[in-house]
Write a protein that binds this ligand. Structure first.
Ligand code: ADP
Ligand code: MG
Length: 729
């Protein structure tokens, strides 16, 4: 058994960095060569088609069939010049992965000949037989058809010899079955709501986009060791393993020099990313051993999400070439830091203004503060929904650990901005203000820019932190499709901005001057959302007590957290903004609950199998050696010596035997609980049963195995140990 582990370790001694041959040219010369972007469209499309596509991107106008045909022809010509033979609609089902089904360009021409064809019809819409994707009851079998439809706002790209067309995935009856559909709806809703608010300050703004810059954390594990860990292969995380004596205590991995084999991998996947137009910029070692991060320059949110999904794919592929496996799981190893996908989010206008960046004069700062305070209020009013958007089985192991962000949602603004908010709250009067009072407030606002950017405190413990010109939502998990968090954030801010416009107009209708009305509404928001602002240590016990007093949720149960998707406030946010329909929302919750249940079920099965088939036989084997040893002692020593010598060995035998019995019993009990939970029909009650009655066994069984790992002969232990997984590369 231990053979696999030792041959893997031996293999590692001979590993060399894979040679990476990159072009000598600078990145800008091959950036986006595999993307059908604006430049290529201009070259390959007629003027008419090009203009139509541009308007469709900017204004969301539909594309006619005739234009679609022209685009298809241009796209195909470009793709075939680059050796492409197949095309696929590329979409984001509710699985955290992307899906594709390749079709060749080949089609029947005249008189039985075969030709390469690609028409507007297939560009615009496809009907993959995708009936096996999770749909939460929306698509029962007789309407199993789902449609994919072209997302004009994200450019087509080439992977290998396949042209990939980003698409939404909807049911026969038009309901969203994916992440992209609600994401696009949330972006459109945010656009409208934010433009209206911008118009209070600047009539020139016509469009507002959300911007997203994700920071992708991941672990790298050597392929040979990975194959020797069935739990990593099947459950994406280690279900057992005693902590290594040394792991991250000395912080010697964080920002350390990047190991050569890893650097070769990074250079190659970055090269592949550049060709796909993904602007990766930052790479570094993370806190845990063998943990790394990659971050791009931010982009429009829909494109950024596509690029994140795409880069995870690219990384997986390139890793194999370098004999690595990338682990995107939020908590692949107990006791060391998990991985997140910090999502840096802001809003930008078509006039080139970042709405969360302080401006150059009091008026633009007032606009900045308006958006800032509205976001804070939106987070305050939707804290439970935001938690739900990032909570799942994987991430539950990370949130609430003494690392990354705590599971309680709070907003960090830094002392300076907090001071400004306090100032507004205390100086703005609810009655009509004197010119003197107004001037005083505006003067205070004029000063923000010089101080802010270099003065934002860094609070690493906050799940939602303002970092100078954007918010950083840190609770998002590393394996997640970040749409889930972005949909909720966009919808929450949309609802909030709509309310703001409404409240300001009520005051101006009553005869208040516009500025005064804005200040008065902002003041109210500042006071109303005081509880969500927190500047202290998010890990501390005091904060947990304080947060409870403030009425902030710290619910750690995954099903209960997910349930907030459908509470009355969440409904108002998600249904009121048109991001989901009632049926979609219900089904989304069902899908999430089922995903949770299935993941716990898989982990329980894998752990049970490994415990019985791998661990117990080895422990019994070692125990037998000890017993023989004791018997031998009795043969050659007299009673006194024997008693003295055999004591410790006998204790060891007893302790190993106890662990074996316990493991056996716990696995049996766990299977029994699973059997009971499996017959529950209701997805929520089933998830609760899995969480409260099955999941606890995972930790308990693991404890006994980890104890055994410490005493059983290292030569016999079958699974690569933490010190090997984390320190070899
Ligand atoms: P840190 O680790 O200090 O948070 P990084 O450089 O790792 O910084 O990541 C910062 C991320 O924030 C980058 O992806 C960057 O492009 C992104 N970002 C910067 N400005 C904005 C913005 N206005 N909107 C969205 N993301 C932004
Ligand atoms: Mg960051």
């Amino acid at each position: 058994m231990a053979e696999l582990r030792f041959s893997a370790l031996k293999e590692l001694f001979t590993r060399e960095p894979v040679e990476v041959l990159l072009p000598k040219e600078t990145v800008s010369t091959y950036f986006a060569v595999n993307v059908f972007d604006k430049l290529k469209m201009e070259r390959y499309l007629s003027k008419e088609a090009f203009r139509a596509v541009m308007t469709a991107i900017d204004e969301g106008t539909p594309i006619t069939r005739q234009i679609a045909d022209q685009v298809a022809t241009g796209m195909q010509a470009w793709a075939m010049e680059r050796g492409v033979t197949h095309f696929t609609h590329w979409f984001h089902p509710l699985t955290d992965a992307t899906a594709e089904k390749h079709d060749s360009f080949i089609g029947r021409g005249e008189r039985g000949t075969m030709i390469e064809i690609f028409s507007g019809e297939v560009l615009v819409q496809q009907e993959p037989d995708a009936s096996s994707f999770p749909s939460g009851g929306i698509r029962n079998t007789f309407e199993a058809r789902g449609y994919t439809a072209w997302d004009v706002s994200s450019p087509a790209f080439i992977v290998g010899t396949t042209l990939c067309i980003p698409t939404v995935f909807v049911s026969y009856t038009g309901e969203a079955l994916d992440y992209k559909t609600p994401l696009l709806r949330s972006l459109a809703a945010l656009d409208h709501a934010a433009v209206e608010v911008c118009h209070l300050f600047d009539k020139d703004v016509k469009k507002v986009i959300a911007t997203l810059g994700w920071e992708q954390e991941y672990f790298l594990i050597d392929e040979a060791l990975y194959y020797a860990r069935p739990d990593l292969m099947l459950a994406d995380r280690t279900l057992m393993g005693h902590p290594s004596s040394k792991d991250q205590q000395l912080s010697d991995h964080y920002f350390g020099s990047i190991p050569e084999r890893v650097k070769a991998f990074m250079r190659e996947f970055e090269y592949e990313a550049y060709k796909l137009g993904i602007p990766v910029k930052t790479r570094h070692n993370e806190v845990a051993p063998n943990q790394f991060e990659c971050a791009p320059v931010y982009e429009e949110a829909n494109l950024a999400v596509d690029h994140n999904q795409l880069i995870m794919d690219v990384m997986r592929r390139v890793a194999r070439k370098h004999k690595f496996r990338v682990l995107f799981h939020e908590k692949p190893f107990a006791e060391v830091n998990g991985s997140g996908k910090h999502s840096n989010w802001s809003m930008a206008t078509d006039t080139g203004i970042n709405l969360l960046s302080p401006g150059k004069n009091p008026k633009s700062n007032m606009q900045f503060l308006t958006f800032l305070i509205n976001v804070v209020k939106a987070v305050n009013d939707n804290q439970e929904l935001l938690r739900a958007s990032v909570m799942n089985e994987n991430n539950s192991y990370r949130l609430g650990g003494h690392e990354a962000p705590p599971a309680i949602i709070s907003v960090f603004l830094g002392t300076y901005l907090s001071g400004i908010l306090e100032d507004i709250a205390s100086k703005v009067k609810d009655k009509k203000m004197t010119p003197q009072e107004k001037t005083e407030i505006k003067l205070g606002l004029g000063k923000i820019p010089e101080i802010l950017l270099d003065n934002t405190d860094r609070n690493r413990t906050s799940p939602f932190a303002f970092t100078g010109n954007r918010f950083e939502f840190r609770a998002v998990g590393s394996s997640a499709n970040c749409s889930s968090a972005m949909i909720v954030l966009n919808a929450a801010v949309t609802r909030q901005l709509r309310a703001f416009t409404q409240e300001v107009s009520v005051l101006t209708d009553k005869g208040r001057k516009k500025d005064e009305a804005i200040f008065q509404v902002l003041k109210k928001y500042i006071i109303d959302s005081e509880r969500i602002r927190f500047e202290g240590d998010g890990y501390s016990d005091e904060w947990h007590r304080e947060a409870k007093r403030r009425g902030l949720s710290s619910e750690m149960s995954v099903p209960l957290t997910l349930k907030s998707y459908v509470n009355s406030s969440s409904r108002e946010t998600l249904l009121g903004t048109g991001v989901f329909t009632e049926r979609e929302l219900e089904s989304r919750l069902e899908v999430e609950l089922e995903k949770f249940t299935k993941k716990v079920q898989i982990e329980a099965r894998v752990l049970g199998d490994l415990a019985i088939n791998h661990i117990i036989p080895i422990a019994v084997g070692y125990m037998t050696t000890l017993i023989e040893n004791v018997r031998g002692l009795r043969d050659i020593f007299d009673d006194n010596d024997y008693m003295r010598l055999a004591g410790a060995r006998k204790e060891l035998i007893v302790s190993i035997s106890d662990h074996i019995s316990m493991i056996k019993k716990l696995v049996g009990d766990m299977i029994e609980e699973r059997r009971k939970a499996n017959v529950i029909e209701d997805p929520f009650r089933k998830a609760v049963a899995y969480e409260s009655r099955v999941k606890p066994y995972l930790g308990e069984i693991r404890n006994h195995i980890d104890k055994l790992e410490l005493v059983v002969d290292n030569e016999m232990w079958p699974l690569p140990k933490y010190r090997e997984l984390l320190f070899t590369r």
